[in-house]
Write a protein that binds this ligand. Structure first.
Ligand SMILES: NC(=O)c1ccc[n+]([C@@H]2O[C@H](COP(=O)([O-])OP(=O)(O)OC[C@H]3O[C@@H](n4cnc5c(N)ncnc54)[C@H](O)[C@@H]3O)[C@@H](O)[C@H]2O)c1
Length: 339
């Protein structure tokens, strides 16, 4: 298969390596606005570099992967489906839900499959938590706690175009919360703080945030997000039911220490970033994309699913700005049309 990849930055490099090593990929075509970066990567992976988007789309692709900056995703997905090319795109679909709704309408009107990059759906820990809950092993779900904490913030330029902490960082938690619990989020309340670099405030963003979410069955969820977790890359989910509790991300490499005397767990070394924490999940996600592009499976994470997560992010953003509890319905297409 001839697969195109747009964007070879932090995450794009990882997707490029997985695609180049994939049995079914015979040619990898790389494009990046930074043409030197694409050429350098192509040299390393024995891939082909092209210098314009038109050249990329003229390459008779069997599949397209998009890992460019968030603001360009909607256009690239739209061009992908217009060319009839099955498309994988990193999260989020767009900087706002209105644009995500437009993309969804175009995808729905076409028969070309699109997969959005919520890689946690391919992580063995989240899958096990989902199965434990679905099988009744945890009893009735009562509480969930999630943590997404980066050891150090990305560059100021990344933050300016990221869409803010909910659309960039917590969007993964919002998606996986729906995936693991099978429930929808009905209400949110968020409180944030600017304790770090000035560029967060200048981008109307925060670098620490705590969000309370209420699921449609009454389950209470707390979410902590941080750009300054010096201990390491901490991605966790505690799922607590009436009969048991299971924790995703509690392992030898969790960036934690026990305050209890004589406890040596976790053994370490701590995870420092998404590449090592989720390497297996990213590879499984890209394999699923190749299967989808080959026509052997449907999209494992549709634009519709991504829109549901985007609405939760919008509601959290509105709550943070207005300092009040927000019903997710307020920000959905149906809710906005009624208002
Ligand atoms: N799933 C995950 O775990 C995960 C992790 C990190 C980033 N992401 C997402 O992936 C995307 C990229 O993030 P990153 O951290 O790799 O960013 P990055 O800034 O490191 O890399 C982005 C790359 O895309 C190129 N680029 C930007 N706009 C372009 C355009 N219009 N056309 C062609 N090339 C363009 C840049 O030159 C750069 O090489 C973001 O949308 C981000 O939300 C997802």
């Amino acid at each position: 298969m001839r697969i195109g990849l747009a964007g070879v930055g932090r995450i794009g490099v990882m997707h490029a390596e997985v695609l180049a090593a994939h049995d079914e990929v015979t040619e990898l075509v790389l494009y990046d606005a930074d043409t030197d970066r694409a050429s350098e990567m192509a040299k390393q992976l024995e891939a082909t570099a092209v210098h314009t988007l038109d050249e990329l789309f003229d390459s008779e692709l069997d599949g397209l992967a998009v890992a460019t900056a968030t603001g360009s995703h909607a256009e690239l997905i739209t061009r992908g489906i217009a060319h009839g090319v099955p498309t994988f795109c990193e999260k989020p679909v767009a900087l706002d839900s209105e644009q995500t709704e437009d993309v969804l309408a175009q995808v729905a009107a076409s028969s070309v499959p699109v997969q959005i990059g919520f890689h946690r759906r391919f992580d063995p820990g989240y899958i096990a938590a989902r199965n434990a809950l679905a099988s009744g092993g945890l009893g009735e779900l009562r509480r969930v706690h999630v943590v997404s904490a980066d050891p150090a913030p990305p560059d100021a330029s990344y933050i300016r175009t990221s869409g803010g902490i909910f659309r960039d960082l917590h969007i993964h938690d919002f998606d996986i919360l729906r995936f693991v619990t099978g429930r929808e989020v009905s209400r949110v309340y968020a409180v944030g703080a600017n304790r770090g670099a000035a560029f967060f405030r200048e981008a109307s963003d925060v670098d620490e945030v705590v969000t309370l979410l209420v699921l449609d069955d009454g389950t209470l969820v707390t979410a902590q997000g941080s750009r300054y977790n010096g201990a390491g890359y901490d991605i966790r989910m505690d799922v607590a039911g009436t009969d048991g509790t299971t924790v995703v991300g509690l392992a030898d490499r969790s960036p934690l220490s026990s305050a209890e005397p004589g406890i040596a767990f976790p053994a370490g070394p701590s995870w420092v970033g998404f590449a090592e924490r989720f390497r297996t999940a990213y590879a499984a996600e890209i394999s699923a994309f190749i299967e989808m592009a080959a026509g052997r499976r449907e999209s494992p994470c549709t634009v519709q699913e991504a829109l549901a997560a985007a609405y939760i992010a919008d509601a959290a953003d509105l709550s943070l700005r207005e300092g009040r509890v927000v019903d997710v319905e307020e920000v959905t297409l149906a809710g906005r049309s009624r208002a």
